[in-house]
Design a protein around this ligand. Structure first.
Ligand SMILES: *Cc1c(COP(=O)(O)O)cnc(C)c1O
Length: 430
């Protein structure tokens, strides 16, 4: 038996937390991010010839729940959370793609949101999750928690600032999901959410919680799919996984780094951003300088100050350690994103989304290592207005999105006024 695993804040406080506690808290009390005392080694994970992702995920995650009744429930949690395929596909002798977009809202956010929903409903019944959203996360969270017993969700989104398809994904639910269109911009939505959390009465009465992307409950499943894909890669193709990962807040990439720290067969990792170059500049100069984000075609990656950077620094406190471990950074502009969508289609008949296109561009032009697996973070049909002109044909809507878009939208419109929001939440779930 190795020492039991605890979580500490990246800001240096020595207060230990269990995995269960980190998941219900989200953020450490000192404002830092939770980071484990050590990584359990893959040698201790007996895969016993298992091959399906939910089964492998339950075993990979078990050491993190040592001593917690949740450990025995992991097989069931993983079966319910990951009820859609994870696919590692070979395109040619040197090229593979890891498809993370087969979940209900067709982006990798489904893995984290669905695992978090299953865990939270078991450890914290009677919770109200409050999220402001402008992209993929809100839809994934609403879908993941829809009809989950004991948990209610309030989703705030800005009026007239999201696409009709995006809006439909945020409003296709009803039941325990309250979708609210706010007469204001995304910042107004975020401000209202923050003010609700600061209201201690409301926060306690409704057990308010966030499903923030820095939550360990979202990172653990992202680690598990890289552990699984690494295992498949060795079994089926005879080589470790070498990855190019489209990145914004580094949540997906940190999952890969953690799987590598556990000793799963994950070799070189290239972290690819769009024109938001904060990380590339850090890689070149060793100076980390947050900037304002710029808008790009890969909008889910428009991040100027990646929220998981503190976790990257915790693994590799110095740049030379990062380089020695085969980690590198790349940045891809909008023009290359368009070219990449076209080129990937011409070469492989694969239609990639603008985010995935950043990684396939590096794989096909710079070729930093081979064999290479690029990570496909969303289905191309979520971004048809960008993809279709680039390839000159229409993109078939992902089947799971067809289902969502056939539902009747249920939502209410509110002025951007926090008192009105609080009243509405109490009416619905108080
Ligand atoms: C969220 C998202 C990303 C960025 O992931 P991070 O974990 O923030 O690095 C990339 N592509 C898509 C489609 C996303 O939804």
């Amino acid at each position: 038996m190795t020492e039991s695993l605890k979580w500490f804040s990246t800001r240096g406080s020595r207060n230990p937390f269990t995995t269960r506690e980190t998941i219900s808290r989200g953020l450490a009390p000192d404002g830092g991010l939770f980071f484990p005392s050590h990584f359990p080694h893959s040698n201790e994970v007996e895969l016993a010839g298992l091959d399906s992702f939910p089964e492998i995920a339950a075993l990979v995650l078990a050491p993190y729940f040592q001593g917690d009744p949740l450990k025995e429930q992991l097989p069931e949690i993983c079966q319910q959370a990951f009820n859609f395929p994870l696919i590692l596909k070979k395109l040619d002798a040197q090229t593979r793609v890891l498809e993370l977009f087969h979940g209900p809202t067709a982006a990798f956010k489904d893995f984290g949101a669905r695992f978090l929903a299953q865990v939270l409903s078991r450890i914290q019944p009677r919770t109200t999750i409050l999220v402001a959203t402008s992209g993929d996360t809100g839809g994934a969270v609403a879908s993941a928690f829809h009809k989950v017993k004991g948990v209610n969700v309030v989703v705030l989104f800005p009026k007239d600032r999201i696409s009709p398809r995006q809006k439909h994904q945020l409003t296709a639910w009803g039941d325990n999901i309250l979708s609210l269109e706010i007469d204001g911009d995304f910042d107004a939505c975020q401000r209202m959410v923050k003010e609700c959390f600061q209201d201690e009465n409301l926060s306690q009465d409704l057990n308010l919680s966030s499903a923030n992307s820095i939550n360990v409950g979202r990172l653990l499943p992202q680690m598990a799919y890289y552990a699984c894909a690494g295992t498949w890669s060795v079994r089926r193709m005879g080589t470790p996984l070498q990855l190019l990962i489209p990145s914004g807040n580094l949540g997906n990439a940190v999952g890969a780094l953690w799987a590598q720290q556990m000793g799963f067969p994950v070799g070189k990792i290239g972290i690819v951003t769009n024109a938001n170059e904060t990380l590339l500049q850090y890689f070149k100069t060793g100076v980390y300088e947050p900037r304002k984000s710029v808008a790009t075609l890969a909008n889910a990656m428009d991040v100027g100050n990646p929220s998981n950077f503190e976790r990257l620094k915790e693994i590799f406190p110095r740049l030379d350690l990062l380089k020695k471990n085969g980690i590198s950074f790349f940045s891809v502009g909008d023009e290359e994103i368009r070219k990449s969508i076209r080129q990937t289609y011409d070469r492989y008949q694969e239609i990639v989304c603008p985010h995935t296109a950043t990684a396939s561009w590096i794989a096909e032009t710079i070729k930093p290592f081979q064999p290479v697996t690029w990570v496909a973070t969303a289905h191309a049909s979520k971004f048809e207005t960008i993809v279709e002109p680039s390839i000159g044909r229409s993109v078939e809507l992902a089947p799971q999105l067809k289902e969502i878009l056939s539902r009747k939208p249920v939502y209410e419109t509110l002025e951007s006024d926090v008192a009105a929001l609080k009243k509405k939440i109490r009416q619905a779930f108080g």
